[in-house]
Design a protein around this ligand. Structure first.
Ligand code: FPP
Length: 253
């Protein structure tokens, strides 16, 4: 394993995942789509355990996007029920494993009982520090940037700084997950290769890994493959390859 220097880190600190392919998995098994989501929820559990085992401190999963409301009403209802069930049943397990749960997204549109369960789960697990699991629910990257811009505008109105002094930092500090490192690695399953309005600001320098494996079929081997691919990337952050190599040499000198 390498030094952990930012250009060639061996293990990502933060993995973000677009869990795609539940519907196709169910279709192939001649099952209703919700069966794919149910199996998908089990894979979430396994993924959390793998990240705990591997010492990855931050995991962010895209569970429900601001666009997913466009799905058939029945599927939306079943997904929300699954979310309820996870919040009721899994939180104790997360607590035992030292996992902190955070939900990111616009909670205003969620049912009141779900908002209540979220608050209870976040409060119960807030002191845990083995793994922070961020579930994106009713989340969209454009929503995130918009709400951060709104907060920055309020700061301008309060006289904290002038509009012409607005900087990236003023936006970034109000984004979801502003207090943790940006994702090092994005994994998208299910064969599509797009961001789908996930963490569009936070993914600016993230390494992407796409796999055809459908989310319900994801296992430890898929994760290890993604980690292996990540470990062989050179992260340049705008610099040249030579500059990065020089910086690496001076770090190890
Ligand atoms: C995408 O597959 C998956 C989702 C929109 C939902 C993700 C939900 C889970 C993995 C279950 C866990 C749930 C929570 C709330 C944590 P798709 O339905 O778009 O699949 P398809 O592209 O094959 O149709």
């Amino acid at each position: 394993m390498s030094s952990g220097h930012e250009n060639r880190p061996a293990i990502p600190r933060h993995i973000a995942v677009i869990m795609d392919g539940n519907g196709r998995w169910a279709y192939r098994q001649h099952l209703p789509r919700v069966a794919g989501h149910r199996r998908g929820a089990e894979v979430v559990r396994e993924m959390v355990q793998s990240c705990v085992d591997l010492g990855i401190p931050f995991l962010t999963l895209f569970a429900f996007s601001t666009e997913n409301w466009r799905r058939p009403a029945l599927e939306v209802r079943l997904l929300m029920n699954l979310f309820r069930l996870l919040l009721r049943r899994e939180v104790r397990k997360l607590q035992e494993n030292g996992v902190r749960l955070r939900i990111i997204g616009d909670r205003g549109a969620l049912d009141r009982d779900i908002r209540q369960l979220i608050e209870e789960a976040e409060t119960l697990t807030r002191a845990n520090n083995r793994l922070q699991l961020n579930l994106a629910v009713n989340y969209g990257g454009r929503w995130d940037i918009t709400q951060a811009a709104r907060a920055a505008m309020a700061a301008v109105q309060a006289g904290e700084f002038a509009p012409e002094d607005l900087s990236e930092a003023h936006i970034a500090r109000h984004l979801a997950l502003a207090d943790i490192p940006e994702p090092d690695l994005l994994i998208r399953t299910g064969g599509e290769e797009r961001i789908s309005n996930f963490l569009i600001w936070q993914l600016a320098y993230t390494e992407f890994y796409f796999t055809d494996t459908l989310w319900p079929d994801v296992d430890r081997a898929v994760l290890e493959h993604a980690l292996h691919s990540f470990a062989h990337r050179q992260r340049r952050f705008g610099r040249t390859g030579d500059q990065v190599l020089e910086a690496d040499c001076s770090v190890s000198d």
